[in-house]
Design a protein around this ligand. Structure first.
Ligand SMILES: Nc1ncnc2c1ncn2[C@@H]1O[C@H](COP(=O)(O)OP(=O)(O)OP(=O)(O)O)[C@@H](O)[C@H]1O
Ligand SMILES: [Mg+2]
Length: 238
C-alpha cells in the first residue's frame, strides 16, 4: 500500500532520516516505537507531504503503486492518507464540522457529515459542546486527541497515521478509540506511533517497528513491544 524507498529526509539542512526502506500493507496495524528524537514524527510528516521536510534526490514514496513523492499534502490526503498530529493545533473561527465539510465538499452530504460527527462524538464520549466551539479552542490534551480520531473517522481514509494518539488519553477514551479503530481495520492500514504498550494491548499490532537515530533498526511482532517496555531500547540499534 505504502512503500518507502531509500527515504532520506533533512530539515533545515540537517539530515534526520537515513535511507529507510519499508512497505506498509493494507489490513495491517503497525506500531512505530523508538526513543525521543529518533525520527518517528518526521517519518509521519514526510509520508503526509509536509513541505518543511526535504527528501534526498533518490528517495521515493509510492502509494498503491503510484509515486507520490512530488505530491503536496492535500493531494496525498485526496489519495487516502490521513495524519493525526502529535500535538493537535487549535484553529480559531473554524468548527470541526466546517473543516470536515470543506475536506469532503462534493463527496459527502453536509447533513450526513454532521450526523456522523455527532454519532462518533457520542461513541468517543466527546462532549457535544466541543463540536460547537472553534476547533480545539480551550480543549484539554485528551480532548484534542479524541477530536483527531473523530476527524479520522469521518474522513475515513485508507492509510491512517496516529502520532501518539494515546498520550494524555484516559483509559476509557483509550478503549473507545481502540475499539473504534479495530472495527474498521480490515480495509485499512494503521500506523500507530507510540511510547506505550497500553494502546497495543487493545489494538494488537501485526508488526512492531523500532526506530533509532533516523533509521528502522528492528521489526518484530508484539513481543518486541513488550521487550521494549521491560528492558528499554538499550543496544537495539547496534
Ligand atoms: N524543524 C526542525 N528543525 C531542526 N530539527 C528538527 C526539526 N524538527 C525535528 N527536528 C529534529 O529531528 C529529530 C527527530 O524528531 P522527531 O520529532 O521526528 O522525533 P520523534 O521520534 O517523533 O520523537 P518524540 O518521541 O519525542 O516525539 C529530533 O532530533 C528533532 O530535534
Ligand atoms: Mg514525535
Amino acid at each position: 500500500m505504502l512503500k518507502l524507498q531509500s527515504l532520506s529526509v533533512s530539515i533545515n539542512g540537517k539530515q534526520i532520516l537515513h535511507k529507510i526502506d519499508f512497505e506498509f500493507a493494507k489490513g495491517k496495524i503497525y506500531a512505530i516505537m523508538g526513543p525521543n528524537g529518533s525520527g518517528k514524527s518526521t517519518l509521519a510528516y514526510t509520508i503526509m507531504g509536509h513541505p518543511t521536510y526535504k527528501l534526498a534526490k533518490n528517495s521515493k514514496i509510492f502509494y498503491n503503486g503510484q509515486e507520490i513523492t512530488p505530491l503536496p499534502a492535500n493531494e496525498r490526503a485526496e489519495k487516502g492518507i490521513f495524519l493525526s498530529y502529535q500535538t493537535p493545533l487549535s484553529l480559531a473561527g473554524v468548527k470541526v464540522n466546517q473543516l470536515l465539510q470543506l475536506a469532503l465538499s462534493g463527496k459527502k452530504d453536509p447533513l450526513f457529515i454532521r450526523r456522523q460527527a455527532l454519532k462518533i462524538a457520542k461513541q468517543l464520549r466527546i462532549n457535544e459542546d466541543l463540536l460547537n466551539r472553534s476547533l480545539n479552542e480551550g480543549a484539554s490534551g485528551g480532548e484534542r486527541k479524541k477530536m483527531e480520531v473523530l476527524q479520522a473517522a469521518v474522513l475515513d481514509k485508507e492509510l491512517m497515521i496516529f502520532d501518539e494518539i494515546d498520550t494524555g488519553v484516559d483509559v476509557d477514551a483509550l478503549k473507545s478509540i481502540a475499539a473504534y479503530l479495530r472495527r474498521f481495520q480490515k480495509d485499512k492500514a494503521y500506523i500507530i506511533i507510540t511510547h506505550y504498550n497500553r494502546i497495543l494491548h487493545y489494538l494488537k499490532p501485526h508488526f512492531v517497528v523500532i526506530m533509532d537515530k533516523g533509521k528502522i533498526v528492528r521489526v518484530g511482532d508484539r513481543q518486541l513491544a513488550k521487550q521494549v517496555e521491560k528492558s528499554g531500547y538499550g543496544e537495539m540499534g547496534s
